[in-house]
Design a protein around this ligand. Sequence first.
Ligand code: NAP
Ligand code: ZN
Length: 377
Amino acid sequence: MPYPYVLLSAAVSLDGYLDDTGPERLLLSSPADFDRVDEVRASVDAILVGAGTIRADNPRLLVNSPDRRAARVASGRPEYPLKVTVSGSGELDPAANFWHTGGEKVVCTTDEGAGRARSLGIAADVVPLGPALDWRRLLEHLHDVRGVRRLMVEGGGTIHTQLLQQGLADEIQLVLAPLFVGDADAPRLFGPGGYQGGRLRLVETRRIEDVVLTRYEPTAPGAGPLPVAADRHWLALACELAAACPPSRTAFSVGAVVVAADGTELARGHSREGGDPVVHAEEAALAKIDPADPRLATATVYSSLEPCAQRSSRPAPCARLILDAGVRRVVTAWREPDTFVREADGSGLLASVGVEVLVLPEYEERAKVPNSHLTAP
Ligand SMILES: NC(=O)c1ccc[n+]([C@@H]2O[C@H](COP(=O)([O-])OP(=O)(O)OC[C@H]3O[C@@H](n4cnc5c(N)ncnc54)[C@H](OP(=O)(O)O)[C@@H]3O)[C@@H](O)[C@H]2O)c1
Ligand SMILES: [Zn+2]
């Protein structure tokens, strides 16, 4: 289930509104920030907005700078990013600017909405995604069928709220504008409901004229069989740690991170760390955590290679250490090949006793890089 990297972009008033209720779009950003947004647009494969934003603002969603468009073309990309809108009803205005400017357009909609959009003669590829709209399915479609690797989402609030609540946003770029809207009927950026992501990680703050750009990433692991964006971040970190292992001809290079349910990193480890020639990554990470730490019961272990089920160098394999630590969720990139152990099945062993094991094969290549000398045919 590979998805694009999803970047949410919005400007908001000090009292948390996206717009006022007047007929014109309220300009929240400053000129230099509009230029920054143009730069971000130029860097992505697709820009997505909800049908409500097309109705309210009639946006064009272009890359305005000719130099940035030329650079896209020179690097083999289309001049403009793909434009995507999301509509349940298919009630779209065929005269809206969205359809008549820029490059390719897609309407992601329901089966019923597709019939309506087509009957209205919308000048775009209309994609029905089932009886109701499912964000994971939509992201998979953009990734697999459209080749979208980076997706910029430019609102409105309904869309931002759903992507965050479902744990599908990899990054938020939020611009805080120094003004108040003060109208309870105006659209808010984030609506009520349960949010995934935990306490977000602040990755950047930047003053741009009189507005402030803040960038955040989610940190909290998912809780079940569906990966959230933070799961991908932590697994990517485990793969980076694998690359830092002292090389060996007789054992894999693996990285592991243990993360609490609220997104706090409890420990990390990698193979052969600290001069121990046989220590495994999960073992090294778990050894740094107090076994009585109550957060272990709801923690997730990320490991670039699935935890081992058999080993000769120590009495207990990592799958056993994970069970003994009380961890109930494991995310891994790569199932263990037969290189050292035949029919290794750490994932199966863990799953057989009720541990949630997720394999994200889109990270397998990264996990294999520091082990290529062991797996080459
Ligand atoms: N300040 C900023 O950065 C910024 C950026 C963008 C927008 N805005 C403002 O935000 C406001 C619009 O926000 P909004 O929340 O009303 O609209 P929106 O998020 O742009 O779009 C909502 C629409 O998207 C479709 N949709 C969303 N989730 C769906 C789902 N799960 N299933 C099916 N359809 C789904 C529905 O379309 P159908 O109704 O067709 O079914 C829904 O009405 C405007 O006032 C605009 O100015 C501000
Ligand atoms: Zn192990």
